[in-house]
Design a protein around this ligand. Structure first.
Ligand code: AMP
Ligand code: GLY
Length: 417
């Protein structure tokens, strides 16, 4: 099978890596890709959020399956255009990707489908925002209604900061604060049915101890030894299937990856957000543990026939990923710093994935984004996986580079006790 992957981050490197290990994949292409992806796939230039340009590339290549990594192309209608051209696309149409593209739309779908989530108000001006902030009280949760690349949400005890964020965004969703651990659950969906992947946990805050600003995610691990064993089945029944049903009734069948960001509150599981794509960096650990070949699964979802796909099987043990970030991330990441490695060689169970990297004119590897590399480690348990991931992270030399030191630390200790 000839496969084209759209995107250029650590998530796409993880997807390409899993596809490169699938014997059914004869020919692997990526666009725009990055230097790590280029070691596994033939890379091409593309305007990733331009439906006509992506379709032209997929046609020229004769791709049988196109996998769309990031949200912006989905919201822009890239999957619609591919499907209209007769190419199987893994990723929802624009109408269904609205579940990520608009927080207010996601809330409407959840209300309609009876999906548990935080109570919320959509505010279109400062007056409405002030009223909603008063209604819910602190900690204040203010979300930009539109896509904001993981930077649209402010959670704060400071009313002034909450008001300023609302004023800066325009239309916002303001909601009650959800207490409890967060879980990311991904499901493959074929328009009608869905299959859950392994639950994972992401670390959103920049600094150790969950301090500092929100980021796109500084690390992740899977599986979750502390989570109830029936979590995935429960979320499938109460969240994923109702969401897919509601979208289908609206004439927007969901084919692709539905990401439920959940809070396990004292009042049960509640949805924090939906995303229309694989999460980054959770995908790096979830796909590390997936034993079932990936291409057949993604193609079955894209073709609307998950029932024909093999049952999922998972490697035993655990995986951890640690994100290596550039100086200044998330506010103003510095780009163009040279990256070198000491004592690093890729091996099973401990390897690097590229996110924001590029090749400079002199062919040196340099940073090109806020999240630069992902160190991935696996092992028989979380403690071993952490040790492997941090050993790889320590091999990277980059001026100003940094990472969190406590990814999966608490969960690893829980298991040992
Ligand atoms: P979102 O983009 O909606 O996932 O929000 C980003 C992050 O903000 C989430 O992963 C949570 O850590 C936090 N967050 C969002 N909504 C809430 C909420 N209602 N209560 C507590 N934390 C939240
Ligand atoms: N790791 C969070 C996200 O992908 O949105």
């Amino acid at each position: 099978m000839r496969v084209l992957v759209i995107g250029s981050g650590g998530r796409e490197h993880a997807i390409v890596r899993a596809l490169s290990r699938d014997p059914a994949v004869t020919d692997l292409h990526a666009a725009p890709g990055n230097p790590g992806i280029a070691e596994l796939a033939q890379v091409h230039e593309v305007r990733a959020a331009d439906p006509a340009d992506v379709t032209r590339l997929a046609r020229t290549l004769g791709a049988r399956l196109a996998v769309i990594g990031p949200e912006a192309p989905l919201v822009a209608g890239v999957a619609d255009a591919l499907r209209q051209a007769g190419i199987a696309a893994f990723g929802p149409d624009a109408a269904a990707a609205m579940i990520e593209g608009s927080k207010a739309f996601a809330k409407e779908v959840m209300a309609e489908a009876g999906i548990p989530t935080a109570r919320s108000r959509t505010a279109g001006n400062e007056h409405e925002a002030a009223a909603a902030l008063r209604e819910f009280g602190p900690p204040y949760v203010v979300k930009d209604d539109a896509l904001a690349a993981g930077k649209g949400v402010v959670v704060t005890d400071d009313l002034g900061e909450a008001r300023r964020h609302a004023a800066a965004c325009g239309r916002v969703v303001i909601e009650e604060y959800l207490d409890g651990p967060e879980v990311s659950l991904f499901a493959l969906a074929d328009g009608t049915d869905a299959v859950p992947l392994l639950p994972a946990q992401d670390f959103k805050r920049a600094r150790d101890g969950d301090r500092g600003p929100n980021t796109g995610g500084m690390g992740a691990y899977a599986p979750l030894p502390w989570a109830p064993p029936d979590l995935a089945a429960d979320v499938l029944d109460r969240v994923i299937r109702p969401a897919i049903g509601a979208l289908r009734r609206r004439g927007a069948p969901y084919r692709g990856l539905l990401y439920a960001g959940l809070a396990l509150t004292s009042g049960g599981v509640k949805v924090v957000e939906f995303n229309a794509r694989f999460g980054d960096p959770e995908t790096q650990v979830v796909l590390d543990r997936l034993a079932t070949p990936l291409a057949g699964l993604l193609h079955a979802a894209a073709a609307g026939d998950l029932a024909a796909a093999p049952a999922l099987s998972w490697l035993p043990g655990a995986a951890v990923t640690v994100v290596l970030a550039a100086e200044g991330y998330p506010q103003a990441p510095v780009k163009g710093d040279r990256i070198t490695f000491s004592n690093y060689s890729e091996r099973t169970g401990a390897y690097l994935l590229h996110a924001g990297t590029a090749c400079a004119a002199d062919r040196a590897l340099v940073s090109a984004g806020g999240r630069v590399l992902n160190a991935v480690g696996s092992g028989p348990d979380l403690a071993a996986a952490r040790a492997a991931a941090y050993a790889v992270a320590a091999c990277v030399e980059m001026r100003g580079g940094w990472y969190r030191h406590d990814i999966a630390e608490r969960a690893a200790v829980t298991v040992r006790e």
